[in-house]
Write a new protein. Structure first.
Lengths: 493, 95
């Protein structure tokens, strides 16, 4: 058999069931790949012993004919998910050394279904960033490089470790999370598939909180099918999360291969931004042609409040972050820096434990929630959120089945290229993805082509609430129609 | 709207984040850049619009008000920077 790390997740699942390989061999191949790829800085903690022990248990289950849906499949876990007995940092100095005595619901679902854990994946600190450069543990490097260049590029963020590890074939799939684009932008930058499910589809319990009304767990993998398989295990009702929805979880894999003939695909005019690179425009048109080719009907639509989504997000998300991150006070867990009294202990701890971007967002959040500004900023932003959601409801009520947009305004950029003085430049990366979080809808990023510099570009599909199945059906059409992207050259070996 | 240096210090104090004097001008610029960016929102007519409270409408879940977990004090204090006899220890707050 060829290199086991070249199998897709679905391919590895089938090979295990046909006894063409073993879970232990599959785990060993990935552990070896991770060891050779430390230059990517994708993992904060590697757990090879755990992976091998879990793989051994999986081989026993397979031998008994009792294989579970993800039996023996090695995965990476974004270090935002609490993992029992394994350090969980959220990419922050504040939580360095924190070892949860409990397991997040979503990762517990994966182990329940037989998956094996390779380690914890690097991310922007508390998932606040679009390039992985805010991680206390250093930036993740993308396996992709511009043609003929060696400049290190970002895999995107905040799920940069997840995207980089999946694209570099260090794991078959990974968990990620998306508050403003943190699954879809890194997927688009690395030629991988990433879905942000409907808000409430996956439990948030045990996932380190950033902005609770926007945060949602989801998978990144190399194919639409692999993403669908992971999604089925990750989703599901959890009594421990009051916002988790009590709805049956469909077998998303069966949505692949369904005809999209007659479906209405909306093209929102507001996503045609001034100064959008021509190659993004071309990619989008290409996607429209693929939809038409598969028999779908293209409908021009308007989402009039699109331009206000990003500014409203930069009020709502920091406000919720400032409240959520109040828990890091040096008392119950995490870092403590002593002070002359308890107030100075808090202030010293939080100054030392949080990085620049996190401090900045906490301060903005504190300001917009403070007396005298609450109505002008926070309440106004939540009203605009209602309008953004209404825009989507209007087009879906008119019969649109899914909306097609570019995933990002450009291909991946170089590390350090956007981390200069102006934080807004980095924020603009999420311009096409953030509306989806504001409206609580599902969105998927699918690789669709290469930029002139040879870097992956992705398209985004936005669906109705809890209709991830339609997204998988349409994403499958894009995947089948798009030229197959080459694998990133393994320059790190 | 924009913030002055006194406001930056006040926000930092409210957020319980120590800020050195030399960081204040820089922070002021960054916060004002973000506030200028969100200024666009004042152009939207929000008259009569309800602020969003729940992005996916669902009834509030309830459970019985009973103890359903506990008896794990070792685990609770396991990650505390300082603890003693299953208490979290903090600097003295009352003289």
């Amino acid at each position: 058999m060829t290199d086991l790390t070249d199998l897709t997740l679905a391919g590895a699942r089938d090979a295990l069931l046909r006894k063409q390989t073993s879970a232990v061999d599959l785990a060993k191949a990935h552990i070896a790949a991770i060891e050779k790829a430390r230059a990517l800085n994708a993992f904060i903690v590697e757990t090879p012993d755990k992976a091998l022990a879990m793989a051994q248990a999986s081989d026993e289950m397979i031998a008994k004919g009792e294989a579970r849906p993800l039996e023996g499949l090695p995965l990476g876990i974004k270090d935002l998910y609490c993992t029992s007995g394994v350090q969980t940092t959220a990419g922050s100095h504040m939580l360095e050394g924190f070892v949860p005595p409990y397991e997040s619901t979503v990762s517990a679902h994966l182990w329940r279904d037989g998956a094996t854990m390779l380690g914890k994946l690097n991310l922007d600190e508390f998932a606040m960033g679009s390039s992985n450069e805010t991680s206390y543990f250093g930036p993740v490097i993308s396996p992709w490089r511009r043609a003929g260049q060696t400049t290190p590029l970002t895999p995107g963020g905040s799920s940069g470790g997840s995207a980089s590890a999946v694209a570099a074939h260090l794991c078959l799939g990974a968990t990620a999370s998306d508050t403003g684009g943190s699954i879809r932008q890194p997927a688009a930058f690395t030629g991988t598939v990433g879905i942000k499910p409907t808000y409430g589809r996956c439990s948030r319990w045990g996932m380190v909180a950033f902005a609770s009304s926007l945060d949602q767990a989801g998978p990144i993998a190399r194919t639409v099918r692999d993403t669908a398989i992971l999604m089925r295990s990750m989703a599901g009702h959890d009594p421990k999360d009051t916002t988790s929805i009590d709805l049956p979880v469909p077998d998303y894999e069966t949505a692949l291969g369904r005809s999209i003939k007659g479906m209405k695909i909306g093209i929102p005019k507001e996503y045609r931004m001034d100064g959008m690179p021509a190659e993004i425009e071309t990619l989008w048109q290409q996607g429209i042609d693929w939809m038409k080719g598969a028999g779908a009907e293209i409908v021009d639509i308007s989402l009039p409040h699109t331009r206000y989504a990003l500014p409203a997000y930069y009020i709502v998300a920091p406000a919720e972050a400032s409240s959520n991150l109040a828990r890091y006070d040096g008392v119950r867990y995490g870092l403590r820096v002593p002070g002359k009294d308890i107030a100075s202990m808090y202030e010293n701890t939080r100054a030392a434990g949080f990085g620049k971007e996190v401090r900045r967002r906490i301060m903005i959040g504190t300001y917009v929630l403070s007396a005298g500004y609450y109505d002008a900023y926070y309440v106004r932003a939540q009203k605009i959120r209602t309008l953004i959601k209404r825009d989507f409801e209007t087009v879906f009520e008119a019969g649109v089945d899914a909306i097609l947009t570019p995933a990002t305004p450009s291909a991946a950029f170089g590390l350090g290229e956007k981390s200069a003085a102006d934080p807004i430049e980095m924020y603009l990366n999420d311009i096409f993805t953030v509306t989806v979080n504001m409206a609580g809808l599902p969105g998927i990023a699918v690789p669709a082509g290469l930029s002139s510099e040879g870097l992956p570009l992705g398209l985004q599909l936005i669906g109705r609430a809890f209709d991830e199945e339609t997204l998988f059906s349409v994403a499958d059409v894009i995947e089948q129609s798009a030229p197959k992207l080459p694998q990133a050259a393994k320059w790190w070996i | 709207m924009s913030v002055d240096q006194a406001t930056v210090r006040r926000i930092a104090h409210l957020a319980r984040i120590k800020v050195a004097d030399e960081e204040v001008p820089h922070l002021q610029n960054e916060l004002n850049a973000i506030l200028a960016f969100v200024e666009d929102l004042t152009k939207v007519d929000v008259e009569g619009v309800e602020p969003m409270t729940s992005v996916i409408p669902m009834p509030m879940k309830k459970r019985r008000d009973v103890v359903n977990d506990g008896g794990i004090p070792d685990e609770i204090v396991a990650n505390a920077p300082v603890s003693e006899d299953h208490f979290f220890m903090v600097p003295k707050v009352v003289e």
